[in-house]
Design a protein around this ligand. Structure first.
Ligand code: ADP
Ligand code: MG
Length: 288
């Protein structure tokens, strides 16, 4: 049987907007010493804005138009920002095919032309050489019929509370390791990690590679400690399931992520994570 103290712990957490899906996760969270985060929408607002449009072969408007048409059926935060920047009505009949390539971008058929939009890995796979801009941001490249057209730079903002939360996790909760696992590019990943004081950074990861990386963290952690992952995207479901404690955001998170997680932060407030850890540790001292 489950000691009563666990129920009061779960109850106290739920009043704070922290949904804990069972008493085992109270015990697990009390023993946490490594926490890994997804970047987009978790540590950052996930509200991208297009800041630069750089076309090498055509006009900027045409580049943005191809990009918006290719992204039309996607609800990825990158897609939303591009469609917003374009702002014009889309003629769906010009789009005859679209395919999302997870962690890379999109392949689409627009006006019977093959459009690729996404990161430099996607372009490299197509045998295309890309421009490397100076700016810090997520670079989205566009190619049409095997010709590289140029790129968009889109920027996200770090959530105002992220820095303090990382500090709390280290200084007040005494976590040994903070980790960033992202599908985004190396330069932006290192920039965010440095701004926030995160210890380890792994970038340009495909969803499956995030799982492999979490498995390495699990191996590095001793049997008395646990590893948590915090994420919110559809892509994050496999890694949320694989780690000891999967934590997702209830407000902005995808249904798949909420379903796959053990703990849900109902209002997306990252400050609830160190709070939940303290609460679980207090609950364990009462239960024991
Ligand atoms: P994250 O780990 O930050 O949540 P994702 O796994 O969703 O990122 O995507 C990883 C990378 O793949 C993005 O940074 C982007 O370069 C590229 N990408 C993914 N989806 C799209 C899209 N719809 N349009 C353009 N690029 C995309
Ligand atoms: Mg994501």
């Amino acid at each position: 049987s489950v000691p009563l103290g666990f129920f009061s712990g779960i109850g106290a957490a739920s009043k704070l907007g922290i949904l804990i899906k069972g008493s085992t996760y109270i015990e697990a969270l009390a023993k946490i010493n490594t926490i890994a985060f997804d970047k987009t929408g978790t540590l950052t607002k996930g509200n991208f804005k297009v800041t630069t449009i750089q076309s090498l072969t055509t006009n900027e408007h045409e580049l943005l138009e191809y990009a918006s048409y290719a992204e039309y059926y996607s609800n990825h935060p990158i897609a939303c920002s591009i469609k917003k920047a374009f702002g014009e009505a889309i003629d769906e009949q010009r789009i005859t095919n679209t395919k999302e390539i997870a962690g890379r971008g999109i392949k689409a058929t627009i006006d019977h032309k093959t459009v690729f939009i996404g990161n430099h890995t996607l372009m490299k796979e197509q045998g295309l050489t890309v421009a490397i801009p100076e700016e810090v941001g997520t670079i989205v490249h566009v190619a049409v019929d095997h010709k590289y057209l140029g790129y968009l730079v889109i920027c996200d903002q770090i959530k105002p509370e992220s820095r303090q939360v990382i500090r709390d996790l280290k200084e007040n909760c005494h976590l040994k390791d903070t980790v960033l696992l992202t599908g985004d590019q190396e330069k932006i990943a290192h920039y965010v990690a440095k701004e926030l004081g995160i210890d380890q950074v792994y970038s340009e990861l495909l969803p499956q590679e995030k799982v492999t990386q979490v498995e390495k963290l699990l191996l590095a952690s001793d049997k008395d400690h646990t590893v948590a992952f915090v994420g919110d995207g559809i892509n994050d479901a496999p890694v949320l399931t694989r780690c000891d404690i999967g934590i997702s955001m209830g407000g902005l998170g995808s249904d798949a992520a909420i379903e796959a997680s053990d703990i849900v932060i109902m209002d997306d407030d990252l400050k609830k994570i160190p709070l939940a850890i303290s609460l679980c540790r207090r609950t364990m001292t009462i239960v024991k």
